[in-house]
Design a protein around this ligand. Structure first.
Ligand code: DQA
Length: 148
């Protein structure tokens, strides 16, 4: 089983950006733990971070050719703005889980809506880095069930 992990814009700044909101964990800490978990679950990860919407769209579009089974995505701010990322996910019809480190519903109103939530398998928001780890577990479980 192969899973594409997508980190959206500004997540490369984790550890430096808004520590009161996101804590001190860095993206490489998260990726390291994700890879460890993936090993335990017996799945392979492909991890991509970009600040450019077009790069993320192309990554999603290319997922089927790389035999990706599902996507774990923190769209970051693009979740609140990007119909194009929504359309890319719909175009490949791969199951995906949306995650956010912070609780987007406890923040500014413009963060309460994302263009991905209603087409995601589920959304995990507010558990810091654990949102990713819970998300990976949930995605692997869901994919395993659909394969049975
Ligand atoms: C975020 C929440 C978004 O609102 C914000 O734009 C981010 C990070 C999170 O992980 O909490 O960049 O996706």
């Amino acid at each position: 089983m192969k899973i594409l992990v997508i980190h959206g814009p500004n997540l490369n700044m984790l550890g430096k950006r808004e520590k009161a909101v996101y804590g001190t964990v860095t993206l490489s800490d998260i990726d390291l733990k994700l890879n460890e978990l993936a090993k335990d679950f017996g799945v392979t990860l492909e991890i991509k971070q970009s600040n450019a919407e077009s790069v993320l769209i192309e990554e999603i579009q290319n997922a089927p050719t790389k035999e990706i089974d599902g996507i774990l995505i923190n769209p970051a701010a693009f979740g609140h703005t990007s119909i194009a990322i929504r359309d890319a996910l719909l175009s490949v019809s791969l199951p995906f889980i949306e995650v956010h480190l912070s609780n987007i519903y406890a923040r500014e109103e413009f963060r309460h809506k994302t263009y991905l939530s209603d087409i995601a398998i589920g959304v995990i928001t507010g558990f810091g880095a654990d949102s990713y780890f819970l998300g990976l577990r949930a995605l692997v479980n869901t994919l395993a069930q659909t394969r049975k």
